[in-house]
Design a protein around this ligand. Sequence first.
Ligand SMILES: Nc1ncnc2c1ncn2[C@@H]1O[C@H](COP(=O)(O)OP(=O)(O)OP(=O)(O)O)[C@@H](O)[C@H]1O
Ligand SMILES: [Mg+2]
Length: 322
Amino acid sequence: MTEPPEAAVRTAGLEKTYPASGPRPEVPAVRGIDLDVPRGEFFGLLGPNGAGKSTTIGMLTTLVVPTGGSAHVCGLDVVKDSVEIKRRIGVVSQNNTLDSDLTVAENLEFRGRYFGLRARDARRRTDELLELFGLTEQRGGNPFEISGGQAKRVMICRALMHGPEVLFLDEPTAGLDPQTRTNLWEVLRGLQAAGQTILLTTHYMEEAEALCDRVAVVDHGEILASGTVDQLKSSAGADTVITVAYDAAVPEEVKAVAERTGISKVEINDGQVRVFAADPDGLLGELVDLGSAAGVGVTDASQLRPSLETVFLALTGREYRD
Ligand SMILES: Nc1ncnc2c1ncn2[C@@H]1O[C@H](COP(=O)(O)OP(=O)(O)OP(=O)(O)O)[C@@H](O)[C@H]1O
Ligand SMILES: [Mg+2]
């Protein structure tokens, strides 16, 4: 048997504008995005708050109705085939949506039954998943009396009960401490190694970098760039970014740095200069010295090595804050 040819996720010009409500104007949350995620891939949507990540995942998981463009999951249309899509995907939302009236194990068994597993099979699958995710001790516990990291793992187990073709995770590690976050990364890597297609959203650059085969950087409802992390770095952000803030207007001698070879871009903003440089050796010190030679002091200075952070800076001219 050959693999089904259709992509796990494919969108073309996908849009969502939330309608105006009372005094609030309409919100163009997703403004024409194209995605193509093959089966087996670990794909990340990376972007700051309000970028449109949850809205996008909402449309792909059929909870949010698009207002333009198209989206297919496992070759099925998110609007016309939403019932079938729900059977083929697993979804882990950002909040704890486990049922507090049920134990951890019952949460999983009920989901299995809902998807048509026989009681015995639902129990066996529950046991397997709890074991795999190191949750056997929590099986009888209340899902709101376990740790945040454990609850997230239970939600992932629940989403996997029916063997979904694509697993969607909306900010799976938001709000978790660093140790718990890296533990969860291991869990997700294990799933992918076992063949699971995964699409996650995150506002953590390190997370996208640590996990994803490919990443789309989203901002204001649009994809700014996509590719492997290495491709992104070598396209838009191969440069080291040096930022120096002076206590007065940026001196002309500093601006002249822009003419040199090896400098791809210089941005001046009031008393701040930002230099994108392929070869940053000694440059930071020089920018400080040029300032003091012109009688201008330095109030702040930083140097960022090429990373998704510098990619974002190069693409938007803004710092990425999460
Ligand atoms: N149900 C809604 N009605 C109206 N506007 C909405 C709704 N949901 C989201 N928005 C708006 O759409 C934009 C995108 O929001 P969305 O939640 O998709 O972003 P996000 O990237 O998931 O952000 P975050 O990192 O904060 O989760 C924001 O301006 C948000 O305020
Ligand atoms: Mg969100």
